[in-house]
Design a protein around this ligand. Structure first.
Ligand SMILES: [Fe+2]
Ligand SMILES: [Fe+2]
Length: 183
C-alpha cells in the first residue's frame, strides 16, 4: 500500500461518519431525542480521528513531503486544503460546544448542533473528493516510492501519538456503532 491509499482508507471511514451526522441532524430536526452520549462520541470522532489524526497526517507529513519535492505550499491546491481544514476545525469546535450545552440540558443548543453538523459534513464531503481525485494524484506523481514508504512509517507513529491506546480501529468500530445506534 502507498501512503495516499492509507489516507483514502481514512476518507471512507470519515464519509461514514458524515452520513451519521446527517442522520443525527434529521432526527433532531424532527424533534426526536438523540442521546447526548451519542453526540459526544460523534464529536470525539471528528476532533480526534478526522482532525487530530487524519488532517495532521496530511498537514504535517503528506503536504510537507510534497513541498520538499517542490510543490508550492502557499497558493494552489495545498493552500485550499489547509483553508478547508481550518474551516472544518471551526465547525467541529462549534459542534462540540453545542453538544456540551445540549448535554447540560440546554435544548436551544439543538440548532447549533444541526447547523454545524451539516456545515461540517458538506465541507468535508467535497474536500475528500478533491483530495481523492486531484491532490493525491498530484502527490503520487511527484513522490517516489521511498518517500511514500517513509510516510507510511510516519503515519504509524502519528496513530500512536494522536490516538494513544485507543488506536485507529477504535474509531473504525465507533462509526459502525453510531450508525447502528442512530438508525
Ligand atoms: Fe484534507
Ligand atoms: Fe483527507
Amino acid at each position: 500500500m502507498i501512503a495516499t491509499e492509507a489516507l483514502k482508507k481514512d476518507h471512507r471511514v470519515i464519509e461514514k461518519m458524515l452520513d451519521v451526522l446527517e442522520k443525527i441532524s434529521k432526527k433532531m430536526e424532527k424533534g426526536d431525542n438523540v442521546p447526548s452520549e451519542l453526540l459526544k462520541k460523534a464529536s470525539d470522532f471528528i476532533r480526534n480521528f478526522a482532525d487530530n489524526y487524519h488532517h495532521m497526517k496530511e498537514e504535517d507529513l503528506l503536504f510537507k513531503a510534497m513541498e520538499q519535492k517542490g510543490f508550492p505550499i502557499e497558493g494552489g491546491p495545498i493552500a485550499i486544503m489547509l483553508g478547508e481544514h481550518n474551516d472544518g476545525r471551526g465547525y467541529a469546535r462549534a459542534l462540540a460546544e453545542g453538544v456540551e450545552k445540549y448535554a447540560s440540558g440546554d435544548s436551544g443548543a439543538k440548532k447549533v448542533i444541526i447547523d454545524n453538523a451539516r456545515n461540517y459534513a458538506g465541507l468535508l464531503a467535497q474536500h475528500i473528493q478533491k483530495e481523492d481525485n486531484i491532490l493525491y494524484m498530484m502527490a503520487n506523481n511527484i513522490l517516489p516510492e521511498d518517500f511514500q514508504n517513509e510516510l507510511l512509517d510516519k503515519f504509524d507513529k502519528v496513530e500512536k501519538e494522536k490516538l494513544s491506546d485507543r488506536g485507529r480501529q477504535y474509531y473504525v468500530d465507533l462509526v459502525d456503532e453510531l450508525d447502528k445506534a442512530i438508525a
